[in-house]
Design a protein around this ligand. Structure first.
Ligand code: TTP
Ligand code: MG
Length: 354
């Protein structure tokens, strides 16, 4: 069966976060890299790239190319936090996700009925709406092609390589675009007059193994757009939740219960979208009060229903006599899959009132 792989890569990630957090910088060329003249840039926005500035360029050189470049210090913790938010968005579209770095990940959406391009479009839209950041996406039947595709129309790109177009696409593709090929190998190939994947396709697996050792056999496939590597998720999801901070604190239990209803509907949708094969072990409700203290109530053995979420909310609300600024509700998954366990099957869909 043909796979549906999406690769998401954020546009000028660190710089985009800095500009979002300080919109007056929007029209300026901006780089992130510390202010010392001996440092190098981690990245820069697309305005700066127009001047020939790029990642890993020494600051002094960047300032020579673009004297009015704004160079900001690195704020790793902010980028890590942003990465967590973005992964959370991605996790609502796919349960098989392989992050490659803070700003990129593969998603395998083969099990979903929808068109992969539509899913990628939605992810981009949600990231933009909720995080104020722009992502580029690539859609293809395998990882290498999806990664090439996400880079194809950057920034704000959405590009799909269909199985029927692979041969044509690969023929003119520069060998430097092959995922995993190093600069040295590209140079070595160029000395042999090999510039495109089409040129490389002229070589037999034996010849390629002779030139590149073990990687040669792989290269024989990769230059034809064949890549059977799986998307390997490095983390098993332990829970899923939705939460909202309110613009005005909620003073009454009724107000909290009404918000809980809305959140529960969203949670239910997210659980269904996730298509997890694991049992749900617990339902939980979290409240943050006006004084920023929090309380969480979680229960094993409760059916995942709106009514139960409401009763947990009521219990949590009773713990303090303070208005509520945030409500979160979620479920924790058990380690067993639905197939392997009969006892923990909770009915969450279509059972809101019971
Ligand atoms: P990239 O995705 O390579 O670059 P980018 O997101 O800044 O720009 P693009 O639009 O081309 O994707 O890297 C992600 C982040 O990793 C980047 O914002 C900063 C950091 N980084 C470094 O710290 N050093 C580097 O040499 C590179 C390339 C990136
Ligand atoms: Mg990026």
């Amino acid at each position: 069966m043909e796979r549906k792989i999406i690769h998401i890569d954020m546009d000028c990630f660190y710089a985009a976060i800095e500009v979002r957090d300080n919109p007056s910088l929007r029209p300026e060329p901006v780089a992130v890299g510390g202010r010392s003249s001996r440092g190098v840039l981690t990245t820069c926005n697309y305005e700066a790239r127009r001047f020939g500035v790029h990642s890993a360029m020494p600051n002094f050189m960047a300032l020579k190319k673009c004297p009015h470049l704004v160079i900001l210090p690195v704020r790793f913790e902010a980028y890590r936090q942003e990465s967590r938010y973005i992964r959370k968005i991605m996790a609502s579209y796919a349960n098989l996700i392989e992050p490659l770095s803070l700003d990129e990940a593969f998603l395998d959406v083969s099990s979903r009925k929808e068109n992969a391009r539509d899913i990628a479009f939605e992810i981009k839209r949600q990231i933009r709406r909720e995080r104020g950041l722009v992502a580029s996406a690539g859609v293809a039947p395998n990882k290498m092609l999806a990664k090439i595709a996400s880079d194809w129309q950057k920034p704000d790109g959405l590009f799909q390589i269909r199985a029927s177009n692979i041969d044509e696409f690969m023929y003119d593709l520069p060998v430097s675009k092959i995922w995993g090929i190093g600069k040295k190998s590209v140079e070595k190939l160029q000395t042999k007059g090999v510039h495109t994947c089409g040129d490389l396709q002229e070589y037999s697996p034996l010849q390629l193994t002779h030139f590149f050792g073990k990687f040669g056999a792989e290269l024989h496939n990769l230059c034809r757009g064949i890549d059977s590597r799986s998307v390997v998720s490095n983390r098993i999801r332990k829970s899923i939740s939705v939460e909202r901070t309110f613009s005005e604190n909620l003073d009454t239990l009724d107000a909290c219960l009404s918000k809980t209803q809305t959140l529960f509907v969203k949670l239910e949708e997210d659980i269904i979208k996730l298509k997890s094969d694991r049992c749900i072990a617990k339902l939980f409700v979290k409240l943050k009060f006006a004084d920023f203290t929090r309380t969480t109530i979680e229960r094993t053995g409760l059916a995942i229903t709106q009514k139960n979420a409401e009763s947990l909310c009521q219990e949590a609300f009773g713990r303090k006599t303070l208005p509520v600024r945030l409500i979160g509700i979620g479920v924790r998954f058990a380690s067993e899959t639905r197939a392997s366990s009969k006892q923990m099957q909770f009915d969450f869909a279509g059972n809101r009132g019971s």
